[in-house]
Design a protein around this ligand. Structure first.
Ligand code: MN
Length: 374
């Protein structure tokens, strides 16, 4: 039996430059979270007692990382009680005599195995053989599986595990097929017992019923940004002596991004409605984007920025989009626009419970006055 932790897409050193200008504090937290989540992951591997940690590429966000930062990362990996097996991805791809990866290899401790050649790696005393498929560029229309398809010398006594980085058919959005695109058919053709992939930040599979197929995409260990729907996780995968596969997901992320959408009704106050939507969400760990629509009271509508600002300090980041929020039309406003007791005044007041109809009715009244209605 072997038990391993499958991870990838750490994107360490990601600078969040687009957040930097607006909110430098948040940018620093996002960058730091990727490192913190890695510490978390190493601890989890220890608790689970895995035989290996396998990271399927995009360890570093770019090949610009400083020597100091590389040292920090290698120090964290050295804390693991088992071998950490790493392959480059398309962000940190491997070139011939690569100076960046040389720096990483120099800084790495003994337990860290950096595979940069497409050839089998058989850890001594273990029950597994790893077959890394290496990215040599940022983009590639062909994937890196070719050598393995042609490879004849599999070790049938052991568990054969393929490791690759690229877009998996049906999971990654790669319409132009330029990110080492891999079909399931191609993976199957390599006759591996298990495939450990990286690239898409979303983990796959997401249900226990398909774990047995043996194709996994790790997903990122720390949710990347608002556009990323992944939970920040890793897989603990067990292959028993009959090569039966079982797996579970473990959570490793330390920060989260969440989108909420709320609709303000006629009797709601903006503050209460937001308060209710965010209740139970720990602001120290969350960046929120709230989409607000509906009808706010005139007071709330005028004060809305101050209301948002009041909440904003409670979260790492708090963004609001309220293009769909409108100012409610009140009886007072109807009386200001029309003469009390007239037909139009009475008509409009009939709709005060239905802001959408009232808005329409108001438009009609205005159009009639201007003689625009035809
Ligand atoms: Mn990638």
């Amino acid at each position: 039996m072997i038990k391993l932790l499958h991870t990838g897409d750490w994107h360490l050193g990601r600078s969040y430059s687009s957040v930097q200008a607006e909110n430098p504090e948040a940018a620093a937290r996002y960058s730091g979270a990727r490192v913190e989540a890695l510490r978390n992951l190493i601890r989890t591997a220890g608790t689970e007692g895995v035989d290996y940690i396998v990271a399927a590429g995009d360890i570093f966000d770019s090949k610009q990382s400083s020597k100091d930062f590389i040292g920090t990362v290698c120090g964290i990996l050295a804390e693991a009680e088992c071998p950490v097996i790493i392959i480059p991805g398309n962000h940190d791809y491997y070139e011939q005599n690569d100076p960046f990866w040389k720096k990483v290899k120099d800084a790495a401790e003994e337990n860290t195995v950096i595979l940069t050649d497409s050839r089998p790696f058989e850890p001594a005393g273990g029950n597994a053989v790893f077959y890394p498929c290496i990215c040599h560029d940022r983009y590639s229309e062909g994937n890196a599986l070719l050598w393995l398809k042609e490879f004849k010398d599999r070790n049938e006594e052991k568990v054969n595990i393929g490791i690759a980085h690229g877009a998996l058919e049906g999971l990654s959005f790669d319409r132009e097929k330029k990110y080492y695109y891999m079909t399931r058919e191609e993976l199957t053709a390599c006759s591996m017992d298990l495939w450990l992939l990286g690239h898409s930040h979303v983990p796959y599979p997401n249900t226990e019923t398909i774990y047995g197929e043996g194709v996994f995409n790790a997903g990122t260990h720390q949710q990347t940004d608002m556009a990323d729907r992944s939970p920040g996780s890793a897989f603990i995968i067990t292959v028993d002596d009959d090569k039966q596969i079982s797996a579970k997901m473990v959570m490793t992320g330390v920060l989260h991004f969440r989108r909420l959408s709320i609709v303000i009704g006629r009797t709601d106050t903006l503050t209460d409605k937001i308060e209710r939507a965010i209740s139970g969400i720990n602001g120290d760990e969350y960046s929120l984007r709230i989409d607000i629509s509906g009808y706010a009271s005139p007071e709330d509508f005028e004060q809305r920025q101050a209301i948002y600002d009041f909440f904003s300090s409670r979260f790492i980041s708090f963004e609001v989009t309220d293009d769909g929020l409108k100012k409610q039309i009140t009886p007072k406003m109807i009386d200001a626009e029309t003469i009390e007791g007239t037909l139009e005044n009475r008509l409009l007041k009939k709709y005060t419970d239905a802001p959408e109809l009232l808005e329409l009715a108001m438009d009609i009244v205005e159009s009639c006055r201007k003689g625009e209605l035809s």
